[in-house]
Design a protein around this ligand. Sequence first.
Ligand code: AMP
Ligand code: MG
Length: 275
Amino acid sequence: MTPLHINPEQFRVRPGTDVKLDEWSTSSTGGYTGDKQTAPDVLAALNERLADLQQMLYAESAHKFLIVMQGMDTSGKDGTIKHVFRTINPVGVKVANFKRPNDVELAHDYLWRVHGQTPRKGHMTIFNRSHYEDVLVVRVNELAPKQIWERRFEHIRNFEQMLVDEGTTIVKLFLHISKDEQRARLQERIDNPAKHWKFEHGDITERSHWDSYTEAYEQAIGETSTKHAPWYVVPADKKWYRNLVVSQLLIDKLDALEMCYPEPEIGIENIVVND
Ligand code: AMP
Ligand code: MG
């Protein structure tokens, strides 16, 4: 734990938990001893640490690192990516955005488009939405019948287990906001012309399904928070705290890999580079 007590582990969903999202805070700062005023400096220090670790991930080229980011509309998926990864060398990082599947994607199984985006050795990939949409939006909007989406939890557990067995670290983040916070953020998208591009009419319809999404998320998180691919329910009403928790969590996961720079080529110590 850091001196300021950013402790992401408290937000991990233990395997077999019956998840009730109203029991998980959207606004807690989980024992953190700093405040909003000092958060930018703390985040800057975490950003630097994360950049160093990502450089080692890339240099060592032994591990694959996958971050799955989910949350209700306006929960801050884009904002988290922007703030947490801002110092990272783009060479080794990719953001994979999963939107409505196109015709080709729909003609395949639902994991087809996902597997192709998983990280290679030395790389970090952030899934901005993911295969979980296939048990969330698909369920809520009845894009597939229950017997189809219900068996996907097992597919997903097995798929993720396979990725882990083959050397991928998986961290799954549910950015947890309150319904009231979503109202405020949607209103801001309507009122602020600079944010109009983020708003679609469909967002209001989706909001009306809040309870169905909550139920779908509860089951999805409960069914798929495993030892090897755990979910973290990150309180996300306070953006500054969300950024600190996600940064610290990724640092902790990368630290646990005990990476090191590869050995230099033999005999380079006496080489002098001539004009
Ligand atoms: P946004 O995240 O605002 O760019 O919106 C992306 C949209 O794509 C969301 O409304 C998602 O629910 C939708 N989406 C993502 N994956 C799927 C999927 N597998 N099936 C249907 N809709 C999806
Ligand atoms: Mg949207």
